[in-house]
Design a protein around this ligand. Structure first.
Ligand code: SAH
Length: 258
C-alpha cells in the first residue's frame, strides 16, 4: 500500500501559528521531514508516532540537497508511510512546495498541501506594519533577495508604488537599496528590517532608504529577516516604540528595538 505526503506550511516559527490542519497532520504522521524555520521545538509531542528528520537548511548551505529531500519523501511514502513535510511559512512562497508536489506526482504518490501563515505578511505584522493601508498602499510585492535583483526588476519595483517585501534579503540589501535609489525612489522612503519574527528576540531596525545599509551594519542584522520598503513602515511599532521613535533613536541610523 502506498502511503501519502502532506506538505505542511508551519508558519513563521511560533507553535501557536500552526493551523489546526497542520497539528492534525502531524498527529497522524509516521515520518516528519522538517526545516530550520518551521516550528520544531515540540515536534516529539505533536507527532508522537513519527520519526523526526531534520532536513534543515542553514543559510548558505543546504543540509540536504533538494533532490534528496524529494527522494526521501517519495521513498517513505512508497513504503506505505504518511510523510509530513513541515516547512516554514507557506509551502508555496519561496518554499519549493511546487517542486515537491511534482516529485510526488511523478512517483504516483498522493500529496496534499496545507497552507501556512507566510512570514511575508505575518512578520511585518508582528512589527505593527500592515502591508496595505487605506490611502497609503494598495498593493504589495513580495520578492526573493536570495540573489541580487536585475536592474530591470529594480526599475520596475522602484516605479510600482505600494509596499515591497523582501525575503532572504539581508545579504543583498546593499544592491537593493542602491538599485531602488538609482531608479528614483525617494531617499526618505522608510525601510524596516524585522529579524526573527515571533521569537522572543524579535528585533526591528528602521531607517530611511539612504540610511538603511549603515543602520543594518551597525545593528549587525542577520537572517532570518523580512525587509519592508514603503510608506506603511511609518505605521510600525515594536513593543512601546513607534516607527518615529525607532528611527529617531539613533538619528536615522541603527534604530533598534529589542
Ligand atoms: N515559505 C516561507 C519563506 C521561505 S524563505 C514563508 O512563507 O514564510 C525563508 C525566508 O523567510 C527567510 O530568509 C526570511 O526572509 C523569511 N522568514 C521566515 N520566517 C521568518 C521569521 N520568523 N522571521 C523573519 N523572517 C522570516
Amino acid at each position: 500500500m502506498t502511503g501519502r505526503v502532506t506538505l505542511v506550511g508551519g508558519g513563521p516559527g511560533r507553535e501557536e501559528l500552526l493551523t489546526v490542519a497542520a497539528v492534525r497532520a502531524l498527529g497522524s504522521a509516521d515520518v516528519v521531514l522538517y526545516d530550520r524555520l518551521a516550528p520544531h521545538a515540540r515536534l516529539a509531542e505533536l507527532a508522537p508516532d513519527a520519526d523526526l528528520v531534520d532536513v534543515g537548511k542553514q543559510p548558505g548551505h543546504h543540509a540536504l540537497p533538494q533532490e534528496e529531500i524529494e527522494a526521501l519523501l517519495v521513498a517513505h511514502a512508497l513504503a506505505g508511510r504518511h510523510v509530513v513535510r513541515l516547512k516554514g511559512g507557506d509551502p508555496y512562497v519561496f518554499g519549493r512546495g511546487g517542486e515537491e508536489v511534482l516529485a510526488c506526482h511523478r512517483a504516483g504518490v498522493p500529496v496534499e498541501v496545507l497552507p501556512g501563515v507566510t512570514s511575508a505578511v505575518a512578520v511585518p505584522g508582528a512589527a505593527g506594519i500592515p502591508l496595505t493601508h487605506r490611502g497609503v498602499s494598495r498593493l504589495f510585492t513580495v520578492v526573493s533577495g536570495h540573489a541580487p535583483l536585475s536592474d530591470d526588476e529594480l526599475r520596475h519595483l522602484a516605479g510600482l508604488g505600494g509596499t515591497i517585501v523582501v525575503l532572504m534579503g539581508v545579504n543583498t540589501l546593499p544592491q537593493l537599496a542602491a538599485g531602488l535609489a538609482r531608479h528614483g525612489m525617494a531617499a526618505s522612503m522608510p525601510v524596516a528590517i524585522i529579524e526573527r519574527g515571533f521569537r522572543c528576540d524579535q528585533r526591528t531596525t528602521i531607517a530611511d532608504l539612504s540610511g538603511i545599509v549603515p543602520a543594518a551594519g551597525l545593528a549587525g542584522v542577520s537572517s532570518p529577516a523580512v525587509i519592508v520598503v514603503g510608506e506603511v513602515v511609518r505605521l510600525a511599532h515594536d513593543g512601546d516604540r513607534s516607527a518615529a521613535e525607532l528611527m529617531e533613536r539613533a538619528a536615522g541610523f541603527a534604530a533598534v528595538a529589542p
